[in-house]
Design a protein around this ligand. Structure first.
Ligand code: FES
Ligand code: FES
Length: 164
């Protein structure tokens, strides 16, 4: 067993884990963060995507011990003070999901995409989420949702600038 100290969705945890425990299993089985899902066993689908120190990672490709000392955000920590993140809101409003299985990972990947590129083209959105598979939607409404969230987040960023 190895001891890890990690913050997950704003809460500090100290836990013993097997050195081979995957981050996704730690999140789901030890912390009960079942909003992060497992869709494959080949590191392909992206359903397990979370943020580790601010960047999107497939949590089935990361060991829990690699998150030691780090900050993890899951889909369950994205809403702030009861308000959905603009990306969650956009997926809801633009119907960016059907069965919803890919949605937690798709949203976490899309938030990271806008962190790196706040104003992506449609092609850049499609390329940015190519590590996340959806078997239902055909991606069209997912792309629209990311575009809507980009617009809303740009609007609130410029509003913050004006207040300064
Ligand atoms: S569960 Fe499919 S990439 Fe992690
Ligand atoms: S909404 Fe079903 S897999 Fe994407």
């Amino acid at each position: 067993m190895s001891q890890i100290n990690v913050r997950v969705d704003g809460v500090a945890y100290t836990d013993d884990v097997e050195p081979r425990t995957l981050l996704v299993h730690y999140l789901r089985e030890q912390l009960g963060k079942v909003g992060t899902v497992i869709g494959c066993d080949t590191s392909n689908c992206g359903a397990c995507t979370v943020h580790l120190d601010g960047a999107a990672v497939k949590s089935c490709t990361v060991l829990a011990v690699q998150a030691d000392g780090g900050e993890v955000t899951t889909i369950e920590g994205l809403a702030q003070d009861g308000a959905l993140h603009p990306m969650q809101k956009a997926f809801h409003e633009m119907h960016g999901l059907q069965c919803g299985f890919c949605t937690p990972g798709m949203i976490m990947a899309s938030v990271d995409l806008l962190r790196e590129n706040p104003n992506p083209s449609e092609t850049e959105i499609r390329e940015g989420i190519e590590g996340n598979l959806c078997r239902c939607t055909g991606y069209q409404n997912i792309v629209r949702a990311v575009q809507q969230a980009a617009g809303e987040m740009a609007g609130s960023a410029s509003a913050r600038e004006e207040v300064r």
